[in-house]
Design a protein around this ligand. Structure first.
Ligand code: PGA
Length: 241
């Protein structure tokens, strides 16, 4: 796995944004899949700056949501759809017909999974580029420990660590139990994978992802043998490597 270590989170965000912009310029029409955690937010802001300065047209590609908390919709602050529209799709002026995201309020999760799989099929049958964070338990999207490498989309009971971390996203207590998202095997089919982690609290899980043998207990590590994967870190997240 290629490892790119930046001095601080701001520099990591600029490096990630440059890498994404370069891919988009070289591959218009691609299907992109971006994570909605806290980590990528600064990279989205940098990407929008690159568009503002004319270096990339973020509407020249298409987007698929990575995941969503089942039961939450856009009106809930901290839902993935709220974060993605308010921090990226809207400020980047992405046309509505270039984006399909999971509806956490859907009544039929099987139909919702199929709606996202159809979108992937319509755009060449696979995701071209994915930007992923790494959860404190090593999860990518809502691919929790021991979920393996499912293709297509998943609905999954959330791991205790994910539930314990979740309040940081919300402005009131929300009893999240399940997630819906793109499966790790589907993400692994992407042409290019970019992992991003910043902060000392990620140092241990980064070490397990990068240095330890791939293990189903650390979902991010299952991506390590992908032919085009890079992990972008700040010095704090890289401090145990
Ligand atoms: P974070 O989330 O960026 O908010 O730390 C990481 C993740 O769970 O993907």
């Amino acid at each position: 796995m290629k490892t790119v270590i930046s001095r601080d989170p701001s520099e990591a965000a600029r490096s990630v944004a440059r890498s994404i912009a370069e891919f988009i310029v070289q591959n218009p029409g691609s299907l992109m899949c971006f994570a909605a955690g806290d980590t990528p937010l600064s990279a989205f802001a940098e990407l929008i700056k690159l568009q503002d300065s004319g270096e990339v047209d973020l509407s020249s590609v298409f987007y698929v949501g990575l995941d969503e908390w089942v039961g939450l919709g856009r009106e809930t602050r901290g839902s993935c759809v709220q974060v993605m529209f308010d921090s990226f799709y809207d400020p980047a002026h992405i046309p509505a017909d270039h984006v399909r995201v999971f509806d956490g309020l859907c009544v039929d999760t099987e139909a919702e999974k199929a709606r996202i799989v159809d979108w992937i099929q319509e755009h060449g049958g696979k995701i071209d580029f994915t930007l992923l964070g790494i959860g404190m338990n090593g999860h990518i999207g809502f691919n929790e420990p021991y979920a393996g490498l499912p293709e297509g989309c998943i609905v999954i009971g959330l791991d205790d660590t994910t539930k314990a971390v979740s309040p940081k996203y919300f402005d009131r207590p929300l009893p999240v139990e399940r997630g819906i998202g793109v499966g790790a095997g589907e993400l692994k089919k992407a042409r290019k994978i970019l992992l991003m982690a910043t902060g000392a609290h990620k140092a241990d899980i980064v070490r397990k992802t990068v240095l330890d043998a791939p293990s189903p207990s650390v979902p991010a590590s299952l991506l390590a043998d992908h032919p085009d994967i890079a992990i972008y870190l700040d010095e704090a997240a890289a401090s145990s490597l």
